[in-house]
Ligand binder design. Structure first.
Ligand code: SF4
Ligand code: SF4
Length: 134
């Protein structure tokens, strides 16, 4: 990812989303598209975050709410399965965590420095129901 910011473009610059001829981009996965240098996808904004969402697959029901509501298209989903977060573009807004409907949530916010393994070990547990007495 480049270190360009929006203030590096001169006034009047024409911003083009893709390099060269534009095929049907909807048929190509975002990471395989030939973005231009002035496309916001080409610029990492990871250093804007102070908190990040982390994903616990064990609790995910693949409802896709996080994918629908993320304002930065930073939820990675393939074949309607949530597979992770694009940390080059996630800005840490927490909307995906707010809309995640499971208990406990499959996405939770953690400090940016927290490593995934520690976060997963601290995840709230699912309520275990007591077996019914007969
Ligand atoms: S924290 Fe915000 S930007 Fe990051 S994945 Fe969640 S909804 Fe998207
Ligand atoms: S909102 Fe939660 S349960 Fe639904 S796909 Fe995203 S992580 Fe999984």
């Amino acid at each position: 990812m480049q270190e360009n910011g929006w203030n590096t473009f001169e006034i009047g610059t024409i911003l083009r989303p893709f390099e060269g001829p534009t095929p049907d981009v909807t048929a190509i996965q975002p990471e395989d598209r030939s973005y231009s240098k002035s496309n916001s996808f080409s610029v990492s904004v990871a250093d804007w975050r102070i908190e990040k969402p982390l994903f616990n697959k064990e609790h995910c029901i693949d409802c896709q709410f996080c994918w629908i509501y993320c304002p930065d298209m930073s939820i990675i989903s393939r074949d309607k399965k949530m597979i992770g977060i694009d940390f080059d573009h996630c800005k840490g807004c927490g909307i995906c965590v707010e809309v995640c409907p499971t208990t406990p949530k499959a996405l939770l916010m953690f400090p940016e420095q927290k490593d995934e393994e520690t976060a997963l070990s601290e995840w709230p547990e699912k309520d275990k129901k007591e077996p019914k007495e007969i």
